[in-house]
Design a protein around this ligand. Structure first.
Ligand SMILES: [Zn+2]
Length: 284
């Protein structure tokens, strides 16, 4: 997704306007997608970008041009990672107090200067002509919420499914077993289109969810095969399994490999030896 160019603002449907977070990079692609949702004079704002200086002027321009108004309404967030929540304090400071809704994760939320209104699985947030159902979808992050826009059968997947490439499952706050369960849950929904937090929208929603599930299960098989062939460390497994992936992504790939190994360890399928100095050594 690195180097992918998309316009700074884009209307994706009658009810959804994308405003890019202006934070492009190797892990954010063309930058985080934030969304203005619904009509009326206070459209909902879904995610807020990383807090880049150019974001507020861009948001104001999009509010005026696309929505004919001058401020967003409530803010809803997918998760606590800085490229999603980071802009929230600026938005509140610029437009005044409004609710900031997310699944609570107090020890992480407190790093951001914004008061959180808790939102849990199944709760509904309404804007003008939009009904957003929150779905607790942990795996990439413990607090992750996807949102289902009932009027359009659109699923906002945050970082669970991306417009290009695959999601990293961090060792810290991530959980591979929960991530797979999350993907299976998303498969049960009637989704017409996925609007991810990074990259372009995904019309073939079910096929993409299946592809993500298959990809993770394929990686798991590759990791077990690497252990069988005598590789013992995350670094060595990454060098084998991610040989085709550019090297600057290997650190992130190592996070996902470790998350796979922790899942397999919990299932009793691999064992970890942490007794020696240096990295953990794994055996199947
Ligand atoms: Zn994230």
């Amino acid at each position: 997704m690195q180097g992918m160019k998309l316009p700074d603002t884009e209307r994706w449907s009658e009810r959804a306007v994308v405003v890019r977070g202006l934070n492009p990079g190797p892990f954010t692609g063309p930058g985080t997608n934030t969304f203005l949702l619904g009509g009326g004079d206070r459209p909902l704002l879904l995610d807020t970008g990383a807090g880049k200086a150019g974001y507020l002027p861009l948001l104001e321009k999009a509010l005026a041009r696309e929505c004919g108004t001058d401020a967003p309404g409530d803010i809803v967030l997918t998760h606590v990672h800085a490229d999603h929540i980071g802009g929230a304090p600026d938005v509140v400071e610029r437009f005044g107090p409004r609710r900031v809704l997310k699944f609570p994760w107090p020890e992480r939320d407190r790093h951001f200067d914004v008061e959180i209104t808790p939102l849990v699985d199944g709760e509904v947030v309404r804007g003008d002509g939009v009904t957003l159902r929150a779905l607790h979808t942990p795996g990439h992050a413990a607090d992750h919420l996807c949102y289902y826009l009932e009027e359009d059968k659109v699923l906002f997947t945050g970082d669970v499914i991306l417009g290009a490439g695959t999601s990293v499952i961090p060792t810290e706050g991530g959980d591979m077993a929960l991530y797979l369960r999350t993907l299976e849950r998303l498969l049960e929904l009637d989704v017409a289109c996925i609007y991810p937090a990074h990259g372009p929208r995904i019309p073939a929603a079910r096929a993409k969810i299946r592809e993500y599930l298959d990809h993770r299960l394929q990686r798991e098989r590759q990791i077990l095969a690497a252990l069988d062939s005598g590789l013992r460390t995350v670094e060595a497994i990454v060098a084998r399994v991610y040989a085709e992936t550019p090297e600057f992504l290997h650190h992130a790939a190592g996070q996902s490999v470790r998350s796979h190994l922790i899942k397999l360890e919990r299932e009793g399928r691999v064992a970890r030896d942490s007794s020696a100095d240096g990295p953990d050594r794994w055996t199947a």
